[in-house]
Design a protein around this ligand. Structure first.
Ligand SMILES: *Cc1c(COP(=O)(O)O)cnc(C)c1O
Length: 478
């Protein structure tokens, strides 16, 4: 494919300016560059074709099944995009919220914030929710700062957060940035936290425990109530990583399980497409004990309409205005469209689809755990690796068969791991086609392992040195 610079022809233009109808002015010389910028000179059609072609050279949810585990790459209804693009929402100036004088103009927007926070709180069994954090990791950081504020207010000297070894990498990073020491709780051979090992690391210096449930092995933690009791006995708070809430939505609530604080990923579960760096939203939910510390200002409902208020012991602002407001607007539209039964079906289908894949593949690949799963299933390719075909070869071979690769080599606790999250939005036909491809690759790993080492062969580029591509970014001729 040609670079857009190669399609450039001197003098070709994509826009035509109207004739000048004001006196011509010259910029002072010191503001002018000496050489013309190196920009492609192309017509509008050239630009449209260039970027449309470019977009089709990659995998995306709108074009391909995208079974990345721990990521929820699902289809998001375009209706939510249409709602968030309404001029009355997209065109609002955020400073309208800065002075009560203007609050009359933004009652609708404040109501969206208020209602979305309340719906999320109800879904999760939390007392209050703040939409301010703008990513999952940012929600984790906010939660860890809330835990720190709680202990500071009580005069508790606690400096440690316990995190299981299966946790998403952002968990220890967020806790560390909030100033805590991180101690690992190991999981056992069944993929869930070992209660005896947890007791060994639980003591009076523990300020909080961060859990993901279902965890990143796709398994529900059976001892979650006992862990909550042990933590609370020591006045440690329990944090719930709710990035992948589609596993449990409408079925169980973190608040009922004993969690004090959590985050949601609106850009995984609630209708904002996820990936490519944003915009995201990682609202934080809290129970009774942490509500006074929430970031502010909070939207409150009064007799005369919606207003703003700072919680008494607020940790302050952690993002500008209300965070990514239009992501919240998408989530609000999605929640109302799904309704009660629709949201319950989200979890039902997410779990059913993952178990369908587990059942269809478990003789071809070894499951990491011998049990049913929640919204994602984890296999280990150690059997294939003995024949010289590693998880990465399987992932690359899938690209040639028209599927994005699942997550590989994560969770770190499973050797040669292949983690598949089909999500609730895929049909049985798509899941079957994917399983057929996976089974064909397992067969090829037995019959002709060498053939898989050359994959992918149908993509614009073959195997990249991914570390080098990340460390030495080269965007061509700019
Ligand atoms: C995606 C994810 C996160 C982090 O969310 P970001 O928005 O990418 O910061 C945290 N925990 C889990 C389990 C996740 O899947």
């Amino acid at each position: 494919m040609q670079l857009i610079f190669e399609t450039s022809r001197p003098g070709r233009r994509g826009v035509r300016l109207d004739p000048l109808d004001v006196p011509e002015a010259t910029l002072p010389a010191e503001f002018c560059r000496e050489d013309a910028p190196n920009l492609p000179e192309v017509g509008e059609l050239d630009v449209v074709r260039h970027f449309t072609r470019l977009s089709a050279r990659n995998f995306g949810v709108d074009s391909h099944f995208y079974p990345l585990g721990s990521c929820t790459m699902k289809y998001n209804p375009k209706l939510a995009d249409a709602i968030s693009a309404l001029p009355g929402l997209a065109g609002l100036h955020p400073h309208l919220s800065s002075s009560p004088v203007y609050h009359g103009c933004i009652q609708g927007a404040l109501e969206i914030v208020y209602e979305t926070e309340h719906l999320l709180a109800e879904i999760a069994g939390m007392r209050e929710v703040s939409l301010q954090p703008i990513a999952g990791a940012h929600g984790e950081l906010t939660g860890a700062l809330l835990i720190a504020a709680y202990h500071r207010a009580k005069g508790n000297k606690k400096d440690t957060i316990i995190i299981p070894d299966s946790a998403h990498g952002t968990n220890p990073a967020s806790a560390t940035i909030a100033g805590f020491k991180v101690v690992q709780a190991p999981s056992g051979a069944d993929g869930t936290i070992r209660l005896d090992a947890f007791k060994n690391v639980m003591n009076d210096s523990v300020a909080g425990v961060m859990l993901t449930c279902p965890n990143t092995h796709g398994l529900f933690e059976p001892d979650v109530h006992k862990i909550a009791d042990l933590a609370h006995e020591a006045d440690a708070l329990l944090y719930y990583d709710g990035a992948n809430l589609n596993a449990i939505i409408g079925q169980s609530r973190p608040g009922d399980l004993g969690f004090d604080v959590m985050h949601f990923n609106l850009h995984k579960t609630f209708a904002t497409p996820h990936g490519m760096g944003g915009p995201g939203s990682g609202p934080v939910g809290v129970g009774e004990r942490l509500a006074p510390f929430l970031p502010g200002p909070r939207v409150t409902r009064t007799e005369v309409g919606f207003g703003l208020e700072m919680p008494p012991q607020s940790i302050g602002k952690i993002a500008a205005f209300f965070g990514n407001f239009l992501v919240a607007a998408r989530a609000y539209a999605y929640l109302l469209c799904q309704g009660d039964e629709g949201l319950k079906n989200v979890a039902r289908y997410a779990v059913l689809n993952a178990n369908y894949i587990l059942a269809r593949l478990k003789d071809a690949y070894d499951p990491a755990y011998d049990t049913t799963c929640m919204h994602e299933c984890v296999f280990t390719a150690t059997r294939q690796a003995k024949a010289g075909v590693r998880a990465i070869d399987i992932a690359k071979a899938l690209l040639d068969r028209g599927f994005h690769a699942p997550t590989i080599y994560f969770p770190l606790t499973v050797k040669e791991s292949i983690m598949i999250e089909p999500t609730e939005t895929e049909s049985k036909q798509t899941l079957d086609a994917f399983c057929d491809a996976m089974r064909a690759i397992a067969q090829a790993a037995q019959d002709d392992p060498e053939s898989l080492h050359a994959a992918p062969q149908t993509t614009p580029v073959g195997r990249l040195d991914e570390v080098r591509a990340a460390r030495e970014l080269d965007c061509g001729c700019l």
